[in-house]
Design a binder for this molecule. Structure first.
Ligand SMILES: [Zn+2]
Length: 561
């Protein structure tokens, strides 16, 4: 009886639509296994799109009236359709440069690293810089950082600098150190550390956080053409993986100029929600000129300042409330100057600018929540351009359980990257000790506390693939299905929650939940179509699933097998 009523009301609804006049769609998708991420009507079979908007979501029969002579009808044969995926935290040009320079992702050992470097050095001109990124030693045996003496074996003359995957550390060789005049007496710069050999006191080649600048500043700058190419390569990779928007976590107005040029020429179609770094020049310009919202057919928005408050856990640069369990002489360090941050936060509230802050350690998280709270108290609603500013904490990785409810209370959004919990699985327990793992990567605790948790990849820190992130969020195990003692399996999320983490929650975190993030009539037509149903397949099968089609603004921008 109930079912009959539902069927009847659906019939009445569709009749009403016909009577009000039906538009002819540009594209119709039918025979789909559609997940809408809309709680009121979570499943559908068919979608009709006119121009950049969804005009119908419903059944195969219902969609029929939108089919005209010029409508492209795509039979999905049961394939799974999701609202267009959003990566809530990516470094877009970093992803492109990872493709362009020595890509050290997946390096299995020190020997493997040296072999890859040697191949590149052999092709380099005398004295030419060799740069690369993506190594991570945590899976090596032993899991220790490479040294400059290791690199000297394969490159005695060419200067080298190779970034650790997390971007918060790099190893350089002696030729690079000589050019940078780094020796025993070089002091640590603010917010960074020149690592020294415990016995000899000689710098060992590792540069942490801000100390990387001592060498990086000497590497010849990339050309504008390189920068453009990196963006195009990054975008191409992203849309092929099914991303329809990336929220680009930091950069400058130079990046924005490049995006504008590439949008104008039609070379890129991906939506970009861009943040610029602050405090400093770029942030000041954003505060002065005001935001860019929805340029290039809702593709480009710039309304956010990115602050970096500490380093990363792997390189022990994350700022902790108590010392590292495996290095009692350090508790990491904060990287932001309060006297610069405070006036910027107040100004951002007055000007309606969003702020997002990188915070990994529990000290950094408490610090930034304190600072956000102070700013919100100092600038009351009446003086704010945007009453609810939706400020974000990027990573919110290790949070003292007492601080978790403060996010919901202040309306602050924790923007988190599930793959960090599988990447860090092998070293976080020793860095933090079992006690502090409560409140680490605490997705479910955050959701239960009443906030949304937009999901991201942090690529090129991590691989940047939606299926790895979705799997990590629901399995909370590494890619072979392993977990470790004290890893809090209860912090894994449901598949319905994971879907929201990569669709409607990032849309909310970008003030776009009325525009996109679900498959609903009237919303922008962004779809990610997958080879398998990741809402029902066994966990490990999620990793074998791939994107077969990406639709942005009603346009098919990627089509695969
Ligand atoms: Zn990042």
């Amino acid at each position: 009886m109930k079912l009959l009523l539902v069927v009847l009301s659906v019939l009445v609804l569709s009749l009403a639509q016909t009577q009000t006049g039906t538009t002819t769609a540009d594209i119709v998708f039918k025979n789909g296994n559609v997940y809408t991420a809309n709680d009121r009507s979570p499943k559908a079979q068919a979608i009709a799109i006119k121009s950049d908007r969804i005009v119908y979501v419903g059944s195969n029969t219902g969609v029929q009236k939108f089919v005209g002579t010029n409508t492209r009808v795509v039979d999905l044969n049961g394939k799974t359709v999701m609202p267009g995926f959003t990566d809530a935290h990516q470094h877009l040009s970093g992803v492109g440069f990872r493709e362009m320079t020595l890509n050290l992702e997946g390096t299995t050992s020190l020997e493997d690293l040296l072999a890859k470097v040697k191949t590149r050095v052999d092709q380099a001109r005398p004295g030419e810089w060799v740069t690369g990124r993506g190594w991570i030693e945590t899976h090596w045996s032993p899991p220790v950082f490479p040294t400059r003496w290791d690199l000297d074996k394969v490159s005695p003359n060419n200067p080298i600098i190779l970034g650790r995957a997390d971007g918060h550390g790099a190893v350089a060789n002696s030729a690079a150190f000589k050019l940078a005049r780094i020796d025993k007496s070089t002091p640590n710069p603010f917010g960074g550390e020149v690592s020294k050999d415990k016995q000899s006191g000689e710098p060992n080649g590792m540069l942490l956080d801000a100390a990387q600048g001592l060498v990086r500043d000497l590497v010849p700058a990339t050309t504008r053409a390189d920068d453009e190419r990196a963006v195009v390569l990054g975008v191409n990779r992203d849309v092929a993986l099914g991303w329809t928007q990336v929220q680009d976590a930091g950069g400058s107005y130079d990046d924005i100029e490049i995006f504008k040029k590439l949008y104008a020429s039609g070379e890129i179609k991906l939506r970009i929600y861009k943040a610029v770094y602050g405090p400093g020049e770029s942030a000041n310009r954003l505060l002065k000129e005001g935001p860019i919202i929805g340029d290039f057919q809702n593709r480009l928005t710039v309304r956010t300042i990115k602050v970096v408050s500490d380093g990363a856990l792997g390189s022990r640069g994350a700022a902790l409330l108590a010392p590292y369990s495996d290095a009692p002489d350090t508790a990491g360090f904060l990287r932001v100057k309060t006297e610069e941050l405070r006036p910027m936060l107040a100004e951002a509230l007055r000007k309606g600018i969003q702020v997002e802050t990188h915070a990994i350690g529990d000290k950094a998280n408490r610090y930034i929540i304190d600072e956000y709270e102070m700013a919100l108290n100092a600038v009351p609603r009446a003086q704010r351009k945007v009453a609810k500013p939706r400020w974000r904490v990027e990573h919110a990785q290790i949070v003292n359980p007492a601080d978790i409810p403060r996010f919901a209370k202040l309306g602050v959004i924790p923007s988190m990257q599930p793959s960090h919990a599988i990447g860090d699985l092998f070293f976080a327990p020793s860095r933090l000790g079992l006690n502090r793992l409560k409140g680490a990567y605490a997705w479910e605790s955050f959701i239960k506390s009443g906030v949304v948790v937009p999901g991201g990849t942090d690529a090129p820190v991590e691989r940047g693939e939606p299926m790895i992130e979705f799997y990590a969020a629901v399995a909370r195990k590494d890619q072979k299905g392993f977990s470790t003692k004290g890893w809090h399996p209860e912090e894994a999320v449901t598949r319905e929650q994971a879907l929201k983490m990569f669709t409607v929650w990032p849309a909310y975190a970008a003030f776009e939940e009325k525009l996109r993030g679900t498959i609903e009539t009237g919303k922008l037509a962004d779809l990610t179509i997958l080879s398998a149903d990741i809402m029902t397949v066994p966990e490990l099968e999620i990793l074998k699933t791939h994107c077969v089609m990406t639709v942005i603004n009603g346009e098919i921008v990627f089509e695969g097998q």
